[in-house]
Design a binder for this molecule. Structure first.
Ligand SMILES: Cc1cc2nc3c(=O)[nH]c(=O)nc-3n(C[C@H](O)[C@H](O)[C@H](O)COP(=O)(O)OP(=O)(O)OC[C@H]3O[C@@H](n4cnc5c(N)ncnc54)[C@H](O)[C@@H]3O)c2cc1C
Length: 389
């Protein structure tokens, strides 16, 4: 397998997990990433890794101990409120016995996860500052591919893996399908150094996370391991809401005030305060998804995984877990062709079939989560799910 040239585009959880698993099996690969270096961009909030999802992939990658060192079991503690402040569920006050399906899901900051995976791959595996624009078939060898980046071309890959998330350029090689707007926009708000600057917010959230779901709106607060908090104020609004709602997002203090005044004014004071107190940064984010059950025709030499293959909204909390299991399965498929590279297209087609069948199941669950969370009884339904599975 040493002669096979594999390019992975994107150094997110999917791309790095795949690189680590391939290298463990003596299969070489390169990862091309648009970030200029590992710390050049904030990696987002926190994600929970499930026993049969991200944790399984890390176990196969020999990284369980590293994960235990950096993950936060206490981050699982959930507090659920009604819009008027009534507490529906609080794992800070009582030890709940979650059904197996929802148990043992420690949180890890995305930045920690990226570093843990980066440390595990061979030096020089990731080539930074490589923003892919398109994939093209090589003119000199029709079974190979060239990658066109903003700053140059890398030539002669036998296999190209698109692991560059929702707006994958590798995907454009295999299908014209693009993600569409899910109907939900989340305004992401940051509170840093909570131990000194945001003690009230820290106590309000508890050890892990505090959520409020209601008709057409939600407030989600999460503690990270780096002494910071993310609050997401979600609204069900049209795709152009960010541009047309009359809120000037470049004026964060005024924007938070208008957001609360126009969309959360009848909520409990504590919930409003959570949005107003998270004052260090504000980023409106539209949420995108591929159609539930979307598939493409398998294309020899080019494949996708993670969000590039099946981006969905975060309302079942499975995206990173699916991405890492995809990596595990793709690594197994490639390694199983050791010595028989001609078998790779068939092995990848089988991998894609299994991945997309699994993704469809979770995309349905996620869509149900989106509808339920943004409904009047969203909180009650979540409590029911947390208790009964
Ligand atoms: C608010 C929010 C909360 C979430 N919470 C959870 C959760 O609790 N649990 C969970 O399981 N999932 C969660 N998810 C989903 C999860 O974040 C994604 O499913 C997961 O990150 C997908 O991993 P990935 O490696 O496929 O893609 P990404 O994480 O998107 O990584 C893609 C990488 O490719 C790079 N890249 C992008 N374009 C290019 C290009 N053109 N050229 C080169 N490189 C490129 C990016 O810089 C990035 O490093 C959440 C998502 C959101 C938005």
């Amino acid at each position: 397998m040493s002669s096979l040239r594999i390019a992975i585009v994107g150094a997110g959880p999917a791309g790095l997990t795949l690189a680590r698993l391939l290298q463990l099996n003596n299969v070489s690969c390169q990862v091309f990433e648009l970030d200029t270096e590992s710390l050049s961009r904030d990696q987002g909030g926190t994600v929970d890794l499930h026993p049969r999802g991200g944790q399984l992939a890390l176990q196969e990658a020999g990284l369980t101990e590293e994960f235990k060192r950096h993950s936060r079991p206490e981050g699982e503690a959930m507090r659920l409120l009604k819009f008027d402040g009534r507490v529906l569920f609080d794992e800070n006050l009582q030890t709940s016995i979650r059904p197996q399906e929802y148990a043992n899901r420690p949180e890890i900051d995305r930045m920690q996860l990226r570093h843990l995976l980066l440390r595990s791959v061979k030096p020089g595996t990731v080539v930074w500052n490589k923003k892919l624009q398109r994939v093209e078939k090589s003119s000199s060898n029709p079974t190979q591919f060239n990658l066109h980046f903003e700053n140059g071309i890398e030539e002669g890959f036998d296999l190209v893996v698109g692991a560059e998330g929702a707006w994958s350029k590798v995907r454009s090689y295999v299908t014209d399908q693009r993600p569409y707007y899910s109907g939900i926009t989340g305004v992401e708000l940051w509170a840093t150094e909570f131990d000194t600057k945001h003690q009230w917010l820290s106590e309000f959230i508890g050890a892990g996370q505090c959520f409020m779901f209601d008709e057409g709106r939600a407030i989600l607060c999460q503690k990270l391991g780096n002494n910071s908090i993310r609050v997401y104020a979600g609204v069900r609004q049209p795709e152009d809401w960010v541009e047309t709602c009359g809120i000037d997002w470049t004026q964060p203090e005024e924007a938070r005030g208008k957001l609360v005044g126009q969309y959360f004014s009848d909520c409990a004071d504590d919930l409003k305060r959570a949005v107003l107190d998270a004052s260090e940064n504000l980023v409106p984010r539209k949420m995108w998804m591929l159609p539930v059950g979307y598939r493409w025709k398998s294309t020899p030499g080019v494949t996708l995984l993670g969000d590039a293959a099946h981006v969905m909204t975060p309302f079942a909390g499975v995206g990173v877990n699916l991405a890492m299991v995809d990596s595990l399965d793709l690594a197994k498929a490639i390694v199983s062709c050791e010595g028989n590279p001609e078998k790779i297209p068939h092995a990848i087609e089988a991998f894609e079939d299994e991945m997309l069948t699994r993704a469809e199941l979770f995309a349905k669950k996620t869509y149900k989560g989106l509808v339920n969370h943004f409904s009047a009884n969203g909180g009650e339904e979540m409590v029911e799910m947390m208790l009964k599975g």
